[in-house]
Ligand binder design. Structure first.
Ligand SMILES: Nc1ncnc2c1ncn2[C@@H]1O[C@H](COP(=O)(O)OP(=O)(O)OP(=O)(O)O)[C@@H](O)[C@H]1O
Ligand SMILES: [Mg+2]
Length: 505
């Protein structure tokens, strides 16, 4: 069998970390090869060897008939390898066509003057956009299209370079169900062209749907490669995690709806109109889920509650006391904590070690006058950070490591840890398990349930229906900025939620 890519015995070291230890990996033409592993297992590190960013200490890479000890980014391009990172690299200020030709704008001559050949650009862009079904004008500015369309621009761009190998690192983490299905259709089309796809995801059920083979990494080491057709996805969990994952189903038998109302929101409307007339109660001990399609206004509503964005009307009451929250600092002071969705953008300080990062929210809450108190509680903070990193199994060399050097999912865990360490009455989690591996997911659900059992109120915004159904006591559904359904989680089904998310009530 001829491989598109044959990586042999790859070892990659970072200061103090053996990120990959003697890992081999092959990609066949026309296959989707899923890379699976816990946060920090080495998945992104492996694909970054193919894009020329990571230089292996040893090993070799063969792409077609070319052999390399280390690829440079130019080698990677010449080998027709395209990588679509989770943090998409499109330029918002440019048009779709300009993005597709970024760095290689075609020119034509008018007289002796070379000018950009926009006609040609549009034509080629339209051709590849058409191939994957992206129905937009190629002149549309990228800032005006959705995340899934931006991703399609990147795929069209890869096709325009005649990519033979396309790498997707957690491509569906911000996509809705329909957008994911659309991506899978595009991927099926790519396979038919003989393109090989390396696919990284923490969503295990996607493996059966789109994968042909799956390779599991653990702690930088190769564990196994399996044909997807021959396996049950659950059988992969022990290979990834190497320990038993706790029961994912945590619904309490207790009827928390009879508990006192801890927190209530009445007629909340945001100035920018992204959510309108939102009213709900949260009981003591309750986990309240918020479902809906991406863009339905759930995060926007939570930002409004948390004071991160302006509201034009609405009343927020905590323990019977009306709150007037103007910014997140005030929300924190009053007893509301929030783990935001865009954690990598808004979540952390690049130059902080883990322990300081975890301590930020607690010291903010302790402080007066909108800043740090200046009183340092180092021992306490360090031990809180130790506890939190152990609890979520955050992979790091020590709590003194810089957060920025952690893998994507481990950064997320650190940011979640810093909110868990805060003593609040209300905890809002926006997509808490995005990018988080299967073991830590169940830990997070358990922590949420423990918080609720301790008399807190917990809100979880999630696009993963199975986790809403397995964790929440009640689910509110949003559709186009408004509430379109509310369900007790008793015999509730994904279909019921979907129906409310899509149809007018
Ligand atoms: N630039 C870097 N400097 C130091 N350490 C790094 C760097 N990049 C990655 N690492 C370390 O290498 C290991 C593997 O990280 P990698 O990003 O490959 O994990 P991953 O499997 O992609 O995880 P995730 O699912 O969280 O994205 C981690 O321990 C990480 O901290
Ligand atoms: Mg990664």
């Amino acid at each position: 069998m001829e491989y598109l890519v044959d990586m042999k015995n790859i070892t990659v070291k970072f200061p103090g970390v053996l990120a990959l230890d003697d890992v081999s990996f092959q990609l066949k033409p026309g296959e989707v090869h899923v890379l699976l592993g816990e946060n920090g297992a080495g998945k992104s590190t492996l694909v970054k060897v193919l894009s020329g960013i990571n230089k292996p200490a040893s090993g070799s890479v063969t792409v077609g008939d070319k052999h390399f000890e280390r690829l440079t980014p130019e080698d990677s391009v010449n080998c027709r390898i395209s990588i679509i990172y989770q943090e998409l690299s499109v330029v918002n200020e440019l048009s779709i066509a300009e993005n597709m030709f970024l760095g290689k704008l075609p020119t034509k001559k008018i007289g002796f003057m070379p000018v950009v050949d926009y006609g040609y650009m549009r034509e080629v862009a339209s051709k590849y956009m058409g191939e994957i079904g992206l129905q937009k004008d190629p002149d549309t500015l990228v800032q005006n299209i959705s995340i899934s369309e931006k991703q399609q621009v990147e795929i069209a761009k890869a096709l325009s370079t005649e990519a033979r190998i396309i790498i997707m690192d957690e491509p569906t983490s911000s996509l809705s169900i329909q957008e994911t299905e659309n991506l899978f259709n595009i991927i099926r089309g790519l396979k038919k062209k003989g393109i090989g796809i390396i696919y990284i995801s923490h969503k295990l059920k996607e493996i059966k749907e789109i994968g042909d083979r799956v390779t599991v990494l653990k702690d930088g080491k190769y564990v196994a490669t399996k044909e997807v057709a021959d396996l049950e996805v659950d059988d992969l969990i022990p290979l990834m995690v190497g320990r038993k994952v706790k029961n994912m189903f945590l619904n309490t038998e207790e009827d928390v709806s009879k508990n006192e109302v801890l927190f209530s929101v009445r007629n909340l409307t945001r100035k920018d109109g992204t959510c309108e007339n939102i009213s709900f109660d949260l009981h003591r001990g309750e986990i309240l889920g918020f479902a809906g399609l991406i863009g339905a206004g759930r995060s926007e509503c939570m930002e409004g509650i948390f004071g991160a964005k302006q509201i034009s009307s609405g009343e927020i009451t905590l323990k019977g006391q009306k709150l007037d929250i103007k910014n997140p600092y005030q929300a924190l002071k009053k007893g509301i904590a929030m783990v935001t969705e865009n954690r990598r953008e808004t979540g952390f300080f690049a130059n902080f070690p883990i322990w300081k990062e975890v301590a930020v929210s607690t010291s903010l809450k302790r402080s007066g006058l909108g800043g740090f108190s200046g009183i340092v509680h180092v021992d306490e903070e360090r031990s809180a950070a130790e506890t939190a990193t152990k609890q979520l199994n955050t992979k790091c060399s020590s709590i003194d490591q810089m957060t920025v050097n952690l893998s994507g999912g481990n950064q997320q865990k650190v940011i979640i840890s810093k909110w868990l360490a805060v003593d609040s009455d209300i905890f809002i989690f926006d997509e808490p398990t995005k990018g988080i591996d299967v073991g830590a997911k169940s830990e997070i659900y358990q922590i949420m349930r423990n918080m609720a059992n301790a008399g807190k109120g917990v809100i979880m915004v999630s696009s993963e229906m199975p986790e809403l159904l397995s964790t929440c006591d009640r689910v509110i559904v949003f559709r186009e900025g408004r509430m379109s359904g509310e369900f007790e989680n008793k015999n509730l089904t994904e279909e019921q939620i979907m129906y409310a998310a899509i149809h007018e009530n």
